[in-house]
Design a protein around this ligand. Structure first.
Ligand code: GTP
Length: 238
């Protein structure tokens, strides 16, 4: 059996990724497909931690733009990620995968608190760990959570799941002539303001030398390809 390139990864899923075509909420067939793809890579021996966003339920930034207190709006977003984390846990456990949800904000009736060494232990035991509630702080995104947790658990790569097949010089949905990058240096992402992740998250990846693979999640089998080291999407590194 061909060995995976990466032994430990952080998979970053946006909240919208769980909504399918609906754009809102959680779509059963979509989340089931994601769960199947995750099981596939765990079966190859890769340890998987997931950071999930909450934009399918609530966006903190949008709330604050409408005049809401930014910190309150962000806390609501963190709660949205907990809902998504539990939905993912349910989808994974339905097909026989052991999982643990760990929240950055303690809510111990619902899930475990985030404890770094315990998260690593779960991964070593072959459990999928789902990180919920972002970093637990307002003003930080779940992209930053993915970068922070990757550094903490020493993940080798962040798999950034998107609806497009990589990073382009302009929005490929609006511009048919947009050019796709196969490789990018962190500094190019920052200088050009490319839509990989926000700048706080990208800086954290750069400082800690965590590579990022941006790929299209809607094509089934892509998570496996990324983990096996196939050249898909855009690789951000140095
Ligand atoms: P090992 O010690 O490696 O066997 O890990 P474990 O997670 O199986 O052990 P533990 O006895 O800590 O947890 C058993 C179950 O309780 C698991 O499903 C955990 O997710 C859950 N659990 C552990 N701590 C908490 C908590 O603080 N809150 C909630 N809601 N569940 C917890």
């Amino acid at each position: 059996m061909q060995k995976p390139k990466y032994k430990r990864v952080v998979l970053k899923l946006s909240g919208e990724a769980l909504a399918g075509d609906k754009g809102y909420g959680i779509e059963h067939t979509t989340i089931s497909s994601i769960a199947r793809q995750i099981i596939e890579i765990v079966g190859k021996g890769t340890q998987v931690a997931i950071v999930v966003g909450g934009g399918n339920i609530w966006r903190g930034v949008a709330g604050s733009q409408r005049g809401m207190d930014r910190a309150t709006a962000d806390y609501m977003g963190m709660l949205a990620t907990v809902i998504n984390a539990l939905a993912l846990q349910d989808a994974l456990e339905n097909i026989g995968m052991d999982t643990r949800v760990m929240s950055a904000i303690e809510m111990k009736e619902i899930c475990e608190p985030y404890i770094r060494r315990r998260a690593i232990r779960h991964l070593e035991k072959g459990r999928v760990v789902i990180f919920a509630a972002g970093t637990g702080n307002p003003y930080f995104s779940t992209d930053t959570t993915a970068a922070l947790r990757s550094a903490e658990i020493e993940a080798e790569v962040i798999l950034m799941a998107k609806k497009v097949d990589g990073v382009y010089d302009s929005d490929p949905i609006n511009n048919p002539d947009a050019i796709k990058f196969n490789y990018l240096d962190y500094i190019e992402v920052l200088n050009k303001g490319l839509a990989v992740m926000d700048s706080t998250a990208a800086s954290l990846c750069m400082d800690n030398k965590i590579p990022i693979i941006v790929f299209n999640l809607t094509e089934e089998g892509n998570i496996l390809k990324a983990v096996m080291g196939e050249n898909i999407g855009t690789y951000v590194g140095r």
